[in-house]
Write a protein that binds this ligand. Structure first.
Ligand code: PRP
Length: 212
């Protein structure tokens, strides 16, 4: 296994739809990201700026790499941090990857009023969903789905879903509507707590540039 170079700053970033916006945001902050956005299967990308490298990860894994110090910094949606507790510091909101966590379902079907049985909720975010419905005093049965969760109300698997909505296009094309707003989501920079203290001179300028 390739051990990380302790002299370079390692930034964990999520593969997927936010990567393009993220590249632009880094460039604006004066951090070159050609290596990050290049079409390649490489999971470690050496940045053009000396001493900077990127790890390309599934979004859910970004805080794990940062918490354990395998990466100094990471970029992740607030949804990931809401769904599980991680011991990381979140110093900068990047104001990209904006979307909302919503309860969605078929039109004209209220969330409650299904007799004695709990409302069946399909979601990739069981913790967020559980907390939301508990705060509203609505008994629910959680059904965990990895993706394409919009299918659940259409097929009768669940009554409603809790999911991220960005443009609303997936809902529209599948005949679902937004029912209740749970939270606004955006991408944030997270930092390893110890790394931030020990390597402040190297990390703080990056955070400052991203804040700008
Ligand atoms: C996300 C989310 C919705 C969709 C919303 O899914 O779970 O399905 O995006 O975006 P929209 O409002 O712009 O249509 P993603 O594309 O990440 O895939 P997934 O269904 O596999 O989670």
């Amino acid at each position: 296994m390739r051990k990380r170079n302790r002299d370079s700053i390692v930034i964990a970033v999520p593969k997927g739809r936010v990567l393009e916006q993220l590249g632009a945001r880094f460039e604006k902050a004066g951090i070159p990201t050609g290596a990050l956005t290049a079409k390649s299967r490489k999971l470690v990308r050496e940045g053009k700026a000396a001493g900077l490298s990127f790890l390309l990860l599934k979004a859910d894994d970004v805080p794990t790499y940062v918490e354990y110090g395998a990466a100094d910094l990471g970029v992740v949606g607030r949804d990931v941090l809401m769904e599980r507790d991680y011991d990381v510091f979140a110093p900068v909101d990047l104001d990209i990857g904006r979307c909302r966590m919503m309860v969605c379902g078929l039109p004209n079907e209220p969330i409650t009023g299904r007799g004695e049985r709990p409302v069946r909720v399909a979601t990739k975010f069981p913790h967020i969903a559980e907390q939301y419905f508990r705060s509203r005093g609505i008994p629910v049965e959680m059904i965990f789905c990895q993706g394409s969760v919009e299918l659940a109300p259409l097929t009768g698997l669940a009554d409603v879903i809790v999911d991220l909505v960005e443009t609303g296009e997936t809902l529209r094309q599948n005949g679902l509507v937004e029912l209740e707003h749970i939270a606004d989501i955006s991408s944030v920079v997270i930092a390893n707590r110890v790394g931030l203290k020990l390597r402040r001179e190297a990390i703080e300028p990056i955070l400052d540039a991203l804040r700008g």
